[in-house]
Write a protein that binds this ligand. Structure first.
Ligand SMILES: Cc1cc2nc3c(=O)[nH]c(=O)nc-3n(C[C@H](O)[C@H](O)[C@H](O)COP(=O)(O)O)c2cc1C
Length: 413
């Protein structure tokens, strides 16, 4: 076995396991991107049923989707190899979510008017599942009064409109009209499917990443935190119906359906978190907040002087987590340690007012900064330790939310 392959397999709970997503693909130049969307949905554990319009088939072949999803593609109401030729609303009834990506100006008009002359529009009319529509078209088509009106109608009908994004369009123009990124679409699917989950109606604040304390205008002191753990917690909470605010010092793609507040320094984090924590339900401080900061910040770049080095005084940073208060707020702290894991975590819980501390030994294989997995121990305010197995970071996020849920319920009662 090569040394870089971990012998330990993390437990993983695919976020869309067992969910049926009906993916409608229409005749936009962006139709080829729908293959990536189908692939990512399959990787997230979903059963993907693809419906293609006749125009979509001019852009991509059905075999691409059939090979990715291992299921037949439906393209006509009278299509002999589709179950819709026997029961035209079969997919509508089985769908947990209908995603139309890309959506042409034409399909927006048909959906807004309630036309049902093809399998996709008939499925839209018949389904009770949440619907996400991702328009993709030339900027002029998007700006036309009809398209603007149709998008407004669909929004009023409860459809989630994803994008479109800005950038270079197939026409060569720069403008609005690009299909939003695959990660945004899969994130939205996860959000709408989880909208009635056990965190519905709750506000979860998660901090992520390593703060950067300036030395001068070009340099800073920071740490190795990448933000992956905090982002995974934010996504897990979103997938369970929470309203999520992610206060981040990391530079990772914005997760769909999560409010992101960028906070580079400890002061930024404190200013972003304290005012909103009083009304929040859960605060998970996964960010690696600097313990020390340069005592003096130079407003000019510090220049090299001769052959000697420089020394810098570091001042202690005041921990603001004890100041986060709220009538119903439950707080969860993190402790990244290299030694005496449980003892260090025990010492942290009470001064921070945390219900429990998520402690991880960053020297364990598969744990800590930059990895996709983590092995943590929950240490509660009375010092009881609950070691967890090595898991994907998303599953660690779910385990934290599972552990916090009864505490939230207790606070509220
Ligand atoms: C090369 C080409 C590219 C097209 N790209 C788009 C597009 O990106 N967005 C769009 O709304 N329509 C686009 N159209 C027009 C649609 O294909 C056309 O309106 C078609 O009737 C849509 O059918 P459908 O909505 O049933 O898939 C394009 C047409 C051609 C020929």
């Amino acid at each position: 076995m090569s040394p870089e392959i971990s012998p330990i397999q993390p437990i993983s709970r695919p976020p869309l396991e067992g969910k049926t997503i009906v993916l409608g693909v229409t005749g936009s130049i962006a139709a080829y991107k729908a293959a990536d969307v189908a692939s990512k949905l399959i990787q997230a554990g979903a059963i993907v049923e693809v419906i293609m319009t006749t125009s979509a088939m001019e852009f991509v072949g059905r075999s691409t989707f059939e090979a990715l999803t291992h299921r037949p593609v439906t393209s006509g109401l009278w299509d002999a190899h589709s179950e819709l030729s026997i029961d035209h609303v079969a997919l509508a009834l089985r769908a947990d979510c209908l995603l139309v990506a890309p959506a042409t100006a034409n399909i927006l008009a048909k959906l807004a008017l309630g036309i049902a002359d093809d399998p996709l529009t008939a499925t839209y009319l018949a389904t009770d599942a949440p619907v996400i529509v991702a328009p993709a078209m030339d900027a002029d088509m998007l700006d036309s009064p009809s398209t603007v009106r149709n998008i407004t109608t669909l929004k009023n009908d409860g459809v989630t409109i994803a994008g479109p994004a800005e950038g270079r369009l197939a026409s060569g123009l720069i403008g609005k009209g690009r299909l939003v990124k695959t990660d945004m679409l899969t994130g939205l699917v996860r959000q709408v499917i989880g909208r009635n989950g056990d965190y519905a109606g709750r506000h979860v604040i998660v901090s992520a990443g390593g703060t950067k304390q300036p030395i001068d205008p070009v340099r800073y002191i920071s740490n190795r935190s990448t933000g992956k753990m905090g982002y995974a917690i934010a996504e897990a909470a979103r997938d369970r119906g929470a309203k999520v605010t992610l206060v981040t010092a990391a530079n990772m793609p914005v997760p769909a359906g999560v409010k992101v507040v960028n906070a580079s320094t400890v002061d930024d984090m404190r200013d972003a978190i304290l005012p909103i924590s009083s009304d929040a339900d859960l605060l998970v401080m996964a960010a690696a907040i600097s313990d020390f900061t340069p005592a003096q910040v130079s407003d000019r770049k510090i220049k090299k002087q001769g052959s000697g080095g420089i020394s810098m005084e570091l001042a202690k940073v005041e921990d603001f987590m004890p100041l986060a208060h709220g009538r119903k707020l439950v707080k969860v702290a993190f402790a990244a340690e290299t030694n005496d894991l449980e003892a260090n975590a025990r010492a942290k819980a009470s001064p921070k007012g945390a219900a429990f501390v998520v402690a991880n030994n960053i020297s364990d294989p598969g744990s800590g900064f930059g990895t996709d997995t983590n092995k943590v121990t929950f240490v509660d305010s009375r010092g009881k330790a609950e070691p967890q197995p090595l898991m994907a970071k998303l599953d660690v996020g779910h385990a934290i939310l599972d552990r916090a849920l009864p505490l939230l319920a207790k606070r509220q009662s």
